[in-house]
Design a protein around this ligand. Structure first.
Ligand SMILES: [Zn+2]
Length: 361
């Protein structure tokens, strides 16, 4: 399978290079065009070649990755959704395969290649990869019939998370962000509903607030989780796609599968992970600077609330309710205000960087 795949990729590349003509030679303004359904298309390999853009193609998933100067673009044959530095962009016409050549609409050259891979000094990858932060979802963990962790002195996680979420809401609102809460009262909201609300809101950032608990009462500290499992998600998508393709019969390799689309979306998640990780680090530093609590650090998580969200997502554990001295600390309103301020400060720093550099592009 792997050997065949490699052989296929090599054959495809050779064929594509042959068809698009003169590998390595500058063909800048004389790329061959194709007319498909009334739309002008260009050979993607030819285009990449003329611009010295690195090009990889996977015949199995029919996805191509373009990279140059820290920028990445992914396209998939048969799909009009392309990923530009992790951000989805919908083309009017799909990427296609014509006479064995992977072709892209002329608009793709103008909208993506000419913009992203122009021959000037490019800003850092982060400035393009990170989306502008305008809308933030704050998720107060637990609620209603689900109390979450309960401290020895009776402090309930659901009340602590709601209190901090509200404080964070006020801080971010007054800083000018559009903020949505998954719950603003002591009610039970199922996890799936929280994820749907978050994805439907079109938010740029998701922060879930929790308090830790452990049977070992001496455990203490503040930690931040970000979404993980990228490789696993990718493998799962790929194996789902593989099953789908096998069912189609022997000549299935050249047929598109709807399931393969999940791979493109997985790439979005990969970018979200990188951004989540960066912000998670910012929050830990901010807590370390401003509060007298041990910072455990950043961890990868497989929490349901994080995995379902299609944007950079974090889960903040504000301390251990199972630790009597941390419970006392968390019970104190000024500590909870400090936690909210430290998170807000990190979000603002992160957003300011991203929003500023985006505005410069
Ligand atoms: Zn919790």
């Amino acid at each position: 399978m792997t050997n065949n795949l490699q052989k296929n990729i090599i054959l495809f590349l050779l064929a594509a290079l042959f068809i698009s003509g003169c590998a390595g030679a500058p063909v800048r303004e004389s790329l061959p065009t194709y007319s498909l359904n009334g739309t002008t298309y260009l050979s993607l390999v030819g285009l990449c070649d003329s611009r010295k853009i690195d090009f990889e193609y996977d015949t199995f998933t029919r996805t191509a990755r373009l990279s140059k100067a820290g920028h990445r673009v992914s396209v998939m044959a048969g799909d009009s959704l392309v990923l530009v530095d992790g951000n989805p962009l919908h083309l009017r016409n799909p990427v296609d395969i014509y006479q064995g050549v992977l072709v892209v609409p002329y608009k793709f050259k103008e909208q993506v290649v000419d913009v992203l891979f122009k021959e000037t000094a490019l800003p850092s990858r982060r400035s393009i990869a990170a989306p502008r932060i305008r809308k933030i979802v704050i998720d107060a963990g637990h609620g209603g019939v689900d109390p979450g962790a309960i401290g020895k002195a009776g402090l309930r996680e659901k009340n602590v998370t709601l209190d901090i979420a509200k404080r964070l809401y006020n801080l971010l609102r007054s800083a000018g962000y559009n903020v949505v809460m998954t719950r603003s009262a002591d009610v039970f909201v199922p996890l799936a509903r929280r994820v749907d609300m978050t994805n439907d809101s079109g938010a740029d950032l998701f922060i879930s607030i929790h308090a830790n608990a452990n049977r070992v009462r001496s455990l203490s500290g503040f930690e931040v989780y970000y979404i993980s499992g990228g490789a696993n998600d990718y493998r799962r998508a790929l194996s789902a796609a593989e099953k789908e393709t096998l069912n189609l019969g022997r000549d299935c390799i050249s047929r598109p599968s709807l399931n393969l689309r999940t791979i493109l979306w997985d790439m979005i998640y990969s970018d979200n992970r990188a951004q989540s990780l960066e912000l998670a680090g910012d929050i830990c530093h901010s807590i370390d600077r401003n509060l007298n609590i041990r910072v455990i650090g950043v961890k990868a998580a497989n929490f349901y609330v994080l995995k379902g969200a299609s944007m950079p997502s974090l889960l903040v554990e504000i301390g251990f309710l199972s630790n009597p001295s941390e419970e006392r600390m968390i019970k104190n309103g000024s500590y909870r205000q400090q936690v909210a301020s430290a998170i807000a400060e990190a979000v603002e720093d992160y957003a300011k960087d991203n929003n500023f550099t985006e505005a410069c592009n």
